[in-house]
Design a protein around this ligand. Structure first.
Ligand code: AMP
Length: 187
């Protein structure tokens, strides 16, 4: 199972990815979590990305691609993975395509959790993360529409793109994801 999870911040990606990871025994690779850990540990990467993450911007593609290349190369990702928060731009998606070809793997499915901006905004304000101010939330939603939504077309053209209704309870969303994963693994 090589799973991609797309969706704006506040869509519930992290929660759903954690459940998929448990149920299907694949590592949950969340780029936001990796970056926040690097910031907390004050590593070179952390110091570099701190102002970007705190301002609601996007970390440069080259940095993110190297980070993912390293992470997917680890032994626990050999049998599969769930990617949460990557790719967020077309260059990242193209780099991931190349990487997968190199290692002879293909995406099983691309899930896109869809919620309205109002719902995403409300949920982000509710979780109280330090990078969740009204200004950064608006910036991130705008970046999502500009930079990440074009990936829908990229993956639709390659098949295996499945939109998921995110404006429902956690259990309902997870049930829909499970149905999509079952269909994809039968295909
Ligand atoms: P997240 O936890 O996915 O909401 O990510 C938190 C922040 O980390 C984002 O607002 C970005 O600043 C940064 N980030 C995470 N993943 C990426 C990515 N794939 N490309 C660029 N920036 C990223």
């Amino acid at each position: 199972m090589n799973i991609l999870l797309l969706g704006p911040q506040g869509a519930g990606k992290g929660t759903q990815a954690a459940r998929i990871s448990l149920e299907y025994e694949v590592p949950h690779v969340a780029t936001g979590d990796i970056l926040r850990a690097a910031i907390a540990a004050e590593t070179e990467l952390g110091l570099r990305v701190k102002p970007i993450v705190e301002g609601g911007g996007l970390v440069p593609d080259e940095l993110m691609v190297e980070l993912i290349r390293e992470r997917l190369g680890r032994s626990d990702a050999r049998e599969g993975f769930i990617l949460d928060g990557f790719p967020r731009t077309l260059p990242q998606a193209e780099a991931l395509d190349d990487m997968l070809v190199e290692i002879g793997r293909a995406l099983t499915i691309v899930l896109a959790i869809q919620v309205s901006d109002d719902v995403a905004r409300e949920r982000m304000l509710g979780r109280g993360r330090s990078d969740d101010t009204p200004e950064t939330i608006d910036r991130r939603l705008a970046l999502y529409h500009q930079q990440t939504e074009p990936l829908f077309e990229h993956y639709r053209a390659r098949g295996r793109f499945v939109p998921i209704h995110g404006d429902r309870t956690e259990n309902e969303v997870f049930a829909e994801i499970q149905r999509a994963l079952e269909q994809a693994s039968e295909a």
